[in-house]
Design a protein around this ligand. Structure first.
Ligand SMILES: Nc1ncnc2c1ncn2[C@@H]1O[C@H](COP(=O)(O)OP(=O)(O)OP(=O)(O)O)[C@@H](O)[C@H]1O
Length: 321
C-alpha cells in the first residue's frame, strides 16, 4: 500500500547565520506498509513525521527519493493518490460554523461521489463512529472527542483504501483516546482499511498498531511489532532504594552480580537491567539481608516502548513529547 525508497525533504533555512542552514527534515526513508496493516509512525517533536506524511499524501514534493501510495506514484500521479486515500490532518478539517452532516456531504462530493451516496455513506459513518444524533450539530458545539471522530468520518466518506491520521488523539482526555482507538481498530475489521498514523504516545502505538516505525532526526531507527521492539531490550529494570546512602555502594555490588548491564547509582537509588528478574530477586533480597543492607523499596519494571526509544536514540520520547 505504501512503498517509499530514499524519500527525503530538505527545507531552505529562512533566518540568518546558523538559522540560514538547510533543514534536513526527512533524510531518505524507506517505508513499506502492506494492505490491512495499522502502522504507527512514532518520534519526538520535529523528527520528521508530518513532513513524511505530507509527502506521502502529495501535499509536499520530495526533494529526493520515490514513493508509491495505493499503487500510484506520488510525484506523477498525485490525483490518483489523493482519490485513493483519506487524510486527517493534525488540525482537522471541519469549519466550526457548518453543520456536521453538511460538512461530510460536501467533503464526499468534493471527492466525486453523488449527493445521495455522500449522505448515505455519511449517515453510516456517523452510526459507526458513535456520532448518532449529531448530524445537524455545529462542530464547535461538539466535544473534542466527537470533533475528532467527525474529522475521521470526513477522511473516510469516499471509502479510501488507505487512511493517514496525523496525531489522531492529541489533546483528548484518556477516555476519549481509548474510545477512538477502538474506532480506529474497527476500521480494519469493518472496512479492511490500511491505517498509517503518527503519534507521540507510546501507549497509543502499543495498544493500536501492528507495527511501529520510529523516526528520529529524519531517519527511521526502528521498524517492528511493539512486542519485538520491547524484546530487544535485555531484561527488566530493577531499582533498589536503600535507607542509608552509605550502603548504596555495597548494594550496587550485589546487584552487579545478577545484572546484564552496568549498575547506575544515584545517592540512595541503585538500578540495572536484569534478565529474568522474577527468578533473581529472591536471592538478591537474601544477599542484601545477609549484608545487613536495609531497603526502602525495590521495584521491577518490564521494558516499555519508552525504554526501546531511549536505547535506540539515547533520549526519552516521553520527555520530548
Ligand atoms: N516549511 C518548513 N520550513 C522549514 N523547516 C520546516 C518546515 N516544515 C518543517 N520543518 C522542519 O523540519 C523538521 C521536521 O518537522 P516535522 O513537522 O515533519 O516534524 P514532526 O515529527 O511532525 O514534529 P511534531 O511532532 O512536532 O509535529 C523540523 O525541524 C521542522 O522545524
Amino acid at each position: 500500500m505504501i512503498h517509499a525508497r530514499g524519500l527525503a525533504r530538505t527545507f531552505a533555512g529562512r533566518g540568518r547565520g546558523k538559522e540560514k542552514e538547510e533543514v534536513k527534515a526527512v533524510a531518505g526513508v524507506d517505508i513499506d506498509v502492506e494492505k490491512g496493516e495499522i502502522v504507527g509512525f512514532l518520534g519526538p517533536n520535529g523528527a520528521g513525521k508530518t513532513t513524511t506524511l505530507r509527502m506521502l499524501t502529495t501535499l509536499l514534493k520530495p526533494t529526493a527519493g520515490t514513493a508509491t501510495v495505493a499503487g500510484f506514484d506520488v510525484a506523477t500521479q498525485s490525483q490518483e493518490v489523493r482519490r485513493s486515500i483519506g487524510y486527517v490532518s493534525q488540525s482537522g478539517s471541519t469549519s466550526p460554523e457548518a453543520r456536521a452532516g453538511e460538512e461530510i456531504m460536501d467533503h464526499g462530493m468534493l471527492y466525486g461521489i453523488s449527493q445521495k451516496q455522500a449522505e448515505a455513506r455519511g449517515r453510516e459513518l456517523f452510526e459507526q463512529l458513535d456520532l448518532d444524533g449529531l448530524w445537524t450539530r455545529e462542530p464547535r458545539a461538539m466535544s473534542g472527542g466527537q470533533r475528532r471522530r467527525l474529522d475521521i468520518a470526513m477522511g473516510l466518506v469516499h471509502d479510501p483504501t488507505l487512511v493517514f491520521l496525523d496525531e489522531p488523539t492529541t489533546g483528548l482526555d484518556p477516555q476519549a483516546r481509548a474510545n477512538l482507538w477502538t474506532h480506529i481498530s474497527d476500521l480494519r475489521v469493518r472496512l479492511g482499511s490500511t491505517v498509517f498514523l503518527t503519534t507521540h504516545y507510546l501507549d497509543e502505538a502499543d495498544a493500536l498498531c501492528d507495527r511501529i516505525l520510529v523516526i528520529d532526526h529524519g531517519s527511521i531507527v526502528a521498524s517492528d511489532t511493539p512486542d519485538a521492539l520491547k524484546r530487544q531490550i535485555s531484561g527488566d529494570l530493577v531499582e533498589l532504594v536503600v535507607t542509608d546512602a552509605a550502603q548504596a555502594g555495597a548494594a550496587a555490588e550485589l546487584l552487579a552480580r545478577i545484572a546484564d548491564t552496568g549498575v547506575d547509582t544515584d545517592t540512595t537509588s541503585v538500578s540495572a537491567r536484569v534478565r529474568g528478574a522474577g527468578h533473581e530477586i529472591p536471592g538478591l533480597i537474601r544477599a542484601l539481608d545477609a549484608a545487613s543492607i536495609e531497603l526502602e523499596s525495590i521495584e521491577v519494571r518490564r521494558p516499555t516502548l519508552d525504554d526501546v526509544f531511549l536505547t535506540l536514540t539515547g533520549r526519552s520520547l516521553r520527555e520530548d513529547a
